[in-house]
Design a protein around this ligand. Sequence first.
Ligand SMILES: Nc1ncnc2c1ncn2[C@@H]1O[C@H](COP(=O)(O)OP(=O)(O)O)[C@@H](O)[C@H]1O
Ligand SMILES: [Mg+2]
Length: 167
Amino acid sequence: MENYMKMEIAARSENESFARSAVAAFALTLNPSLTELSDIKTAVSEAVTNCVVHAYRDNEENAKILIECKTETLPVQAHRGDRCEKYGVIHITVADLGCGIEDIDKATTPFFTTLQDDERSGMGFTIMQTFMDEFSVESEKGKGTRVRMTKKIKATENGEVKERVNA
Ligand SMILES: Nc1ncnc2c1ncn2[C@@H]1O[C@H](COP(=O)(O)OP(=O)(O)O)[C@@H](O)[C@H]1O
Ligand SMILES: [Mg+2]
């Protein structure tokens, strides 16, 4: 069965922890492990931070971030060797209507940043890629950027039903 949530927030750094906690709270319906939950928080945090620091750097008027999450609670089957594991899935989209990215390949290269002197590591996209199972970026100059990420949530841990994590 599918479930979803959509939200719009002002692109301000003080909303970053709210956004990551809101997505994590929504993900709880899939009964994630603490590690899975913290992977999601880390990735969302990087995506939202990028909207705040990069997307609206030339025009802060009407700066907003749109976040959508969709979960598939019906376990998705995945074969690992001769073991069959069951998964739920969360799809997360973080979008802005800002300046856009000219060269996505370059932007997603580890350590590439356009804000070198500003404490940015250039590792945001790499972190999203590493912590999530699927990752893609769409962007149009002057129109905005959309990051899509998917995380598989294991339905069981070594065949056992997992401990439930609370918000
Ligand atoms: N939402 C966005 N809007 C416009 N540019 C972006 C956005 N997200 C990322 N970028 C561009 O991609 C580069 C790489 O992003 P990232 O890997 O997160 O590194 P960092 O944020 O440390 O620069 C940024 O320096 C910026 O030029
Ligand atoms: Mg970043």
